[in-house]
Design a protein around this ligand. Structure first.
Ligand code: HEC
Length: 128
């Protein structure tokens, strides 16, 4: 049994080494100006998402399509972001969900307020 064990370890090592290569082969060229991944739709995102703030804000964020849609609605309601043509919005959301999707290796996002238990403590909002 010792023998098969000794054989298995290098094989596992090889498999692990190949993983990053496999992922990298999917070609992730980034735009030097914005840092956005150059893939279908990236120019639409650049044109619509870097006027008010740095693209870093976009590239450092990540989440589901729903997360991105909520962010866009929030910016539209409170930050003066314009409304998009349905097609443009699709392109933007497709791109963000695909290339800036949820990170699997980080802490899970906070639960939405509606899924949280009631706060048992008095808050400022309850004061009056
Ligand atoms: C009309 C101006 C405007 C445009 C255009 C705009 N944003 Fe924003 N965005 C803001 C403002 C203002 C903030 C808040 C900045 C801050 O907190 O410093 C913000 C914040 C963000 C954040 C950070 C949110 C957080 O939780 O901290 C992300 C991500 C983001 N925007 C993505 C986008 C994307 C994607 C687009 C394109 C669809 C976009 N923005 C276009 C105004 C804009």
């Amino acid at each position: 049994m010792k023998r098969s064990h000794a054989l298995a370890m290098p094989a596992l090592g090889m498999a692990l080494l190949c993983l990053p290569l496999g992922a990298g082969a999917q070609e992730t060229e980034t735009d030097p100006d914005t840092g956005l991944i150059k893939a279908s739709g990236w120019e639409t995102v650049r044109n619509n998402c870097t006027a008010c703030h740095s693209a870093n804000l976009v590239t450092q964020n990540s989440g589901t399509r729903n997360h991105w849609e909520n962010l866009i609605r929030w910016m539209q309601e409170t930050q003066g972001l314009w409304k998009f043509e349905a097609e443009t919005e699709e392109t933007i959301l497709d791109y963000l969900a695909e290339y800036y999707g949820p990170k699997e290796d980080t802490r899970r996002p906070a639960l939405p307020r509606t899924l949280m238990p009631d706060n048992p403590y008095p808050t400022v909002a309850d004061a009056d």
